[in-house]
Design a protein around this ligand. Structure first.
Ligand code: P6P
Length: 338
């Protein structure tokens, strides 16, 4: 069968974001587009090195540990460095927060812009050696009016973000992005060096059939979590139980949840009383995307995006996914509080 002729009307990420900005008639200065261009560059660099990792001996430990006390893999360090350098060089950022850096990076005046980027450069990196999908997660704030760009500009609720996204590195590199008007997915065409629109207007199903929790923590789960999980594992007669899918890489588990529906949860528990996942650069961006795709994201008792951060590396519990599935979880917490 003859090969399809190549498309000659490619919608690249840059073109798509510009179309969105013009459609909204916003006073688009192009700054966000240029910032997203820098983020695309970092994703291409990381994708290339993740793919080559085993060949050029990039897997394995970098011999250092990050602020979380986690052993740093060489790819973690490379990914952090490319992001800090590219975001600074874009001239569009004022404050950077990275999972790999103890302190926020305040960009010098010569390179200062109006955006703050919080990011986990290589989330799920403990899976690198096993070849499991890993990813970059980022959230973008605009600095407050009159601000020169300080920590205060990133210690704000997630609902004040102007954009959020992730790039998942697997059989291909998939960049999923929202600038506040829905969610779109782009796949890297490495031969062109462009992210091409492949998943326009992602909408999460209102209810799914998959739950994604680390049930190895079951002995620590609180009562609402136990009751909720039992309700989908041992449903009433006539209803089928949910299927369990857990990869242990947030980007991969959330990507599947956005596309197929269902629920991902990493709640607070007796072991992780404040939760495990980081609020600023894991929970906020994923909650932003989930809500933009028509889903919900909660701690069980509070909308994740309404949390007021008090420190840049703080953690939170989170349930996110299909709105009806997350609403079911909230009912178990409400029942507990009565
Ligand atoms: P656990 C990876 O280390 C990570 O930060 C997320 O990507 C993932 O969802 C979670 O931690 C996995 O944690 O305790 O199940 O290994």
């Amino acid at each position: 069968m003859s090969e399809q002729p190549p498309s000659t009307d490619l919608i690249t990420l840059t073109r798509h974001v510009l179309m969105e900005q013009f459609r909204l008639g916003s006073a688009a200065t192009g700054d966000l587009t240029l910032l997203l261009t820098a983020i695309q560059l970092t994703s291409k660099f990381i994708a290339t090195n993740v793919r080559k990792a085993r060949l050029i001996n990039l897997v394995g430990l970098a011999g250092d540990t990050n602020v979380q006390g986690e052993e740093q893999k060489k790819l973690d360090v490379l990914s952090n460095d490319i992001m800090v350098n590219a975001l600074r060089a874009s001239g569009k950022t004022a404050v950077l927060v990275s999972e790999e850096l103890e302190d926020a990076v305040i960009i010098e005046d010569t390179h200062k812009g109006k955006y703050c980027v919080v990011f986990d450069p290589l989330d799920g990196s403990s899976n690198i050696d096993a070849g499991v999908n890993i990813g970059t997660i980022f959230g973008i704030y605009e600095i407050a009016k009159g601000s020169k760009g300080t920590i205060a500009d990133v210690l704000r609720p997630g609902h004040t973000m102007v954009a959020a996204g992730y790039t998942m590195y697997g059989s291909s590199a998939n960049l999923v992005l929202s600038t506040g008007n829905g969610v779109n997915g782009y796949t890297l065409d490495a031969s062109l060096g462009e992210f091409i629109l492949t998943h326009p207007d992602i909408k999460i199903p209102s209810r799914g059939k998959i739950y994604s929790f680390n049930e190895g923590n079951s002995m620590y789960f609180d009562t609402p979590t136990v009751n909720y999980l039992n309700s989908i594992k041992y449903p009433p007669a006539g209803k089928s139980p949910y299927s369990a899918r857990y990869i242990g890489s947030m980007v991969a588990d959330v990507h599947r949840t956005l596309l197929y529906g269902g629920i991902f949860g990493y709640p607070t528990d007796k072991k992780s009383k404040k939760g495990k996942l980081r609020l600023l650069y894991e929970a906020f961006p994923m909650a932003f995307l989930t809500e933009q795709a028509g889903g919900l994201a909660t701690t069980g008792t509070k909308r994740v995006l309404d949390i007021e951060p008090t420190s840049i590396h703080e953690r939170t519990g989170i349930y996110l996914g299909s709105k009806d599935d997350v609403a079911d979880v909230i009912k178990f917490y409400e029942a507990e509080s009565k």
